[in-house]
Ligand binder design. Structure first.
Ligand code: AMP
Ligand code: MG
Length: 395
């Protein structure tokens, strides 16, 4: 458990429940600018009421000093406490104020033009929450709305769970560090960085272990190092190639595999398992072997690794929800695998439209960076027509 300043808690997971320290609102709170009245006085309108005072936000209308009797009204501003005797607020737009003697517009008499119901235009004390009520659960990830709640109950510091440490290991003889000048057949290690960014976004602490060559000894040493973290993410080396050694090396380390391969594209070769199966569960170390193609790495992270990191971060499980949007242009594809294809979501207000980004396959990060979501295509669909509604995985 850690205690952090409230704003430093953004994106962290609460290790404590947050409880209302008083009623919300703490007093019957005017929701409009106008006059606090007794609704029964306005059974017939227009009606004239005597203005006997004014309460602005921050004022406390002491009963006996400032209250509303029969035929009376008190000027009131949004956010101010409702004086005793009143049971409604009439909006200033529905009144006109007149001076009793001169007949000039002033503040001693108010003419009310519309009726109000008892209870209208104010929020009763405790209507939003009662003192002692749980407002945020332990396990809630702090977003701006929950920061507002914590602030409103005076929590300037909050208790959060520690972030899980997530090792990120790229593999491949062709992969070089981003500061190196790549040789003609080499490519820079973008996956370690995209994965580290995704880990951070999911609430984990990335630990980049660099690049393992396609060579057993070095790969094994780095995997063993990675298994000291809470979770290990590997990219590359899980396909069917002669030099795809990740599964073999994990096998040497007595890994237990929960799945080897998924019926999805991109991302089919992804594997998930743990080492130290006989150890009690906090000592068991989980890993994902994600395919090396950059878009495959990103998609499989979202589908499989993100929920795991969220669970390790102490977050309550939440369902994977696919939003839906209207397809702009027909899609033709092959059946057999569930597909996650980079796409561009556009449109305005309630008219969400989406179309595929034209990509060169799961290595094409240039197109993927222009996309902002993935269209999810069920495995049995060969063709989806323009105008159909499709599911989206947001980027
Ligand atoms: P693999 O899964 O090892 O067969 O790699 C599939 C493809 O992804 C190959 O074209 C690799 O060069 C590429 N790739 C593998 N690892 C990385 C990485 N860390 N960064 C960028 N591309 C990679
Ligand atoms: Mg490789």
């Amino acid at each position: 458990m850690e205690t952090v300043d409230l704003l430093a808690g953004l994106g962290r997971v609460l290790a404590e429940g947050i409880v209302a320290d008083r009623d919300f609102p703490p007093f019957a709170r005017a929701a409009r600018d106008g006059y606090a009245v007794r609704a029964a006085d306005l059974a017939e309108v227009p009606a004239q009421l005597e203005v006997v005072g004014e309460v602005k936000a921050g004022d406390w209308p002491e009963p006996g000093v400032c209250s509303v009797g029969r035929g009376q009204a008190v000027g009131i501003m949004t956010g101010a406490p409702l004086p005793a005797g009143a049971d409604a607020v009439v909006m200033v737009e529905h009144t006109s104020a007149w001076d009793q003697l001169s007949g000039q517009p002033a503040a001693t008499l108010v003419e009310v033009l519309r009726t109000v119901r008892s209870g209208e235009n104010f929020v009763p004390r405790g209507a939003e929450a009662r003192s002692g009520q749980l407002l945020l659960d332990r396990g809630r990830r702090l977003d701006y709305a929950s920061i507002a709640i914590a602030a409103s109950v005076g929590k300037s510091r909050v208790q959060v769970f520690p972030k899980p440490r997530v090792a990120v290991l790229s593999t491949g003889d062709e992969v070089v560090d981003i500061d190196a000048t790549p040789g003609p057949a080499e490519i820079r290690n973008s996956n370690s960085y995209s994965l580290a960014a995704q880990v951070q976004d999911a609430g984990g602490e990335p630990v980049r272990l660099g690049i393992a060559p396609d060579e057993r000894g070095r790969l094994r040493a780095l995997i063993e190092e990675g298994l000291r973290c809470d979770l290990l993410l590997l990219t590359g080396g899980v396909s069917m190639g002669k030099y795809d050694l990740v599964e073999q090396v994990l096998g040497e380390l007595q890994a237990e595999f929960y799945f080897t391969g998924a019926e999805i594209q991109p991302g089919r070769p992804a594997v998930f398992g743990s080492c130290g199966a006989r150890a009690p569960s906090p000592h068991r170390k989980y890993f994902f072997g994600l395919p090396g193609n950059p878009v495959s790495t990103m998609v499989t992270f979202e589908l499989f690794a993100r929920p795991m990191i969220e669970a390790q971060a102490g977050m309550a499980p939440r369902p994977l929800i696919f939003l839906r949007a209207c397809l702009k242009a027909e899609i033709r594809t092959k059946t057999g695998l569930k597909r996650f294809l980079p796409a561009v979501l556009s449109g305005e207000f309630e008219n969400a439209e989406v179309e595929l980004a034209r990509w060169q396959g799961s290595g094409d990060i240039a197109t993927q960076a222009r996309a902002n979501c993935y269209i999810v295509i069920p495995p049995d669909r060969e063709r989806i027509d323009a105008g159909e509604w499709v599911s989206l995985l947001m980027q």
